[in-house]
Design a protein around this ligand. Structure first.
Ligand SMILES: Cc1cc2nc3c(=O)[nH]c(=O)nc-3n(C[C@H](O)[C@H](O)[C@H](O)COP(=O)(O)OP(=O)(O)OC[C@H]3O[C@@H](n4cnc5c(N)ncnc54)[C@H](O)[C@@H]3O)c2cc1C
Ligand code: FES
Length: 277
């Protein structure tokens, strides 16, 4: 059993979960993820590692409550125990001296880009971070991100902070900020990563995205996490989760991810969680 050190809502519907998992903390790298279960009957939930402390043996992720399993996670409190917490899984983010790197995060991605920005800065890159949210009250970890990059650029859909709009304005924002990235890395919701990739392709900027399909085993055995990249079938859990965003078949990816939606709604009604939405 894995003890929960902390679970708290950091902004509406987004939670920080920290557990005591010394073996995971010891080998965690930027871009890795874990697969956990909230209880013995629970589905497996993949979450990207947002931070870790090898000395304290703790590992943290930021998660958004979307369905029945993440609703169970959102009810955990310090001192509770969860039955399984496997990781670190997946390939780590490629960290090299690329020059100027723009790291983009939305939703849970504001947390999961943190170790990536930190490692890229430590490797000698000029790192800019762009964070996007529906409104200013959904932004978090801005100070933590500022500490590991040259500048944080904020975009809110309602204009309550930073640039008004969406990453569809990316080319214009880069121009206004005077930032010319050699590489872009994006984590968060699928729509945002797809939009970023479509914006950067005509600009010729290599763009890495962290794909988040439905997963079961996380070890390349079940095939559930498959996607098409550059015309080839890949498994996000072992070949990714990061891929070249210009090579991903986004339409197929979105269609596959939504294929279980009717089944996912049923447990919400059974558990009474549907009333939370
Ligand atoms: C490698 C990887 C890393 C991930 N990292 C994080 C993370 O750090 N934080 C985080 O909050 N989530 C992350 N996810 C997504 C997370 O695993 C899912 O949101 C979660 O499993 C949903 O479980 P649920 O039972 O609560 O929702 P479900 O009942 O399974 O789904 C509810 C709704 O959410 C949608 N949904 C399901 N899976 C996803 C998904 N992968 N992405 C977007 N929408 C989805 C469904 O289509 C449905 O509409 C990651 C996924 C992968 C594969
Ligand atoms: S989750 Fe089973 S193959 Fe990737």
């Amino acid at each position: 059993m894995v003890p929960v050190v902390e679970r708290r809502m950091i902004v509406p519907n987004l939670h920080l979960l920290t557990v005591l998992a010394p073996e995971v903390a010891e080998s965690a790298r930027p871009g890795n993820f874990v697969i956990l279960r909230p209880d013995e009957q629970g589905e497996r939930i993949p979450l990207t590692i947002a931070d870790w402390d090898a000395a304290a043996g703790t590992v943290s992720s930021v998660f958004v409550q979307v369905g029945a399993s993440t609703a169970k996670l959102a009810r955990l409190k310090a001192g509770d125990e969860i039955p399984s917490y496997a990781g670190p899984l997946g390939n780590e983010t490629e960290i090299d001296r690329f020059g100027t790197v723009l790291v983009i995060g939305g939703c849970y991605g504001l947390g999961s880009i943190h170790p990536i920005a930190r490692a890229l800065t430590a490797a000698g890159n000029r790192v800019f971070v762009l964070i996007e949210a529906r409104s200013s009250y959904l932004l978090y970890w801005e100070e933590r991100l500022s500490a590991v990059c040259e500048r944080v650029i904020v975009v809110t859909r309602d204009g309550s902070r930073g640039y008004k709009g969406h990453v569809t304005r990316l080319a214009e924002i880069l121009e206004l900020e005077g930032v010319k990235p050699d590489r872009v890395i994006a984590h968060g919701c699928t729509y945002q990563m797809m939009t970023v990739s479509r914006q950067t392709e005509p600009l010729g900027i290599k763009t890495i995205v962290s794909m988040n399909p439905i997963m079961i085993d996380g070890t390349g055995m079940c095939g559930v996490c498959r996607l098409t990249v550059a015309g080839e079938t890949k498994f996000a859990c072992v070949d990714g989760p990061e891929f070249d965003g210009h090579q991903v078949d986004w339409e197929e990816f979105l269609a596959r991810r939504e294929s279980y939606n009717p089944e996912e709604v049923e447990p919400l009604h059974r558990s009474g969680c549907a009333s939370h939405f």
